[in-house]
Design a protein around this ligand. Structure first.
Ligand code: GDP
Ligand code: MG
Length: 177
């Protein structure tokens, strides 16, 4: 594609999954708009946000999808996963049950994907260290066992948010380029 005059362009679909209220929507709004909402309700309307990066002098568009709150009903549809080449699989470090759900989310992701998906395990809300219910070591070993990248983030104070998305985007790029 020569439209930009810069040669190839890339479009990557990335999905964010994990239990309700782990901070998926806020991770996306922090990354895409540098916004955080303390009282965010289930996402209404917007299906995805697009971020444009330059890697190796090439334009890379990351189309990052957020659920509309369907995860509360365990009803994330196959349309949501279709074509995804990257995923952030998110739990809340202050709620054990959200970490216990990760295996199920990984299974669901596997079921719905027919290509290699760059996957990052994300322990969000690391600002809540004082009420932590999942240790960093537990996150690290699950990630190692499942072959995932791992990072603890905070959408509230911005810790590692950009890093988490960009590691996934760069991994996808290296898978396809
Ligand atoms: P989603 O259901 O996974 O999309 O979660 P939301 O993004 O809607 O966040 C659920 C709640 O957790 C909201 O009250 C957010 O303000 C809060 N939240 C999200 N990320 C963080 C974080 O990193 N730290 C803290 N302390 N709260 C967060
Ligand atoms: Mg949400």
């Amino acid at each position: 594609d020569e439209e930009s005059g810069g040669g190839e362009e890339y479009l990557f679909k990335i999905v964010i999954i994990g239990d309700s209220a782990v901070g998926k929507s806020n991770l996306l709004s922090r990354y895409a708009r540098n916004e955080f909402n303390m009282h965010s309700k289930a996402t209404i309307g917007v299906e995805f946000q697009t971020q444009v990066l330059e890697i190796d002098g090439k334009e890379v568009k990351a189309q990052i999808w957020d659920t509309a709150g369907q995860e509360r009903f365990r009803a994330v549809t196959s349309a949501y996963y279709r074509g995804a080449v990257g995923a952030l699989v998110v739990y809340d470090i202050s709620r054990r049950s959200t970490f216990d759900s990760i295996t199920r989310w990984l299974e669901e992701l596997n079921t719905h994907s027919d290509t290699t998906v760059a996957r990052m395990l994300v322990g969000n809300k690391c600002d809540l260290d004082n009420i932590r219910a999942v240790s960093i070591e537990e996150g690290t070993s699950l990630a190692e066992a499942e072959g995932l990248f791992f990072m603890e983030t905070s959408a509230l104070d911005s810790t590692n948010v950009k890093k988490a998305f960009e590691i996934v985007i760069r991994e996808i790029y290296s898978n396809v380029s």
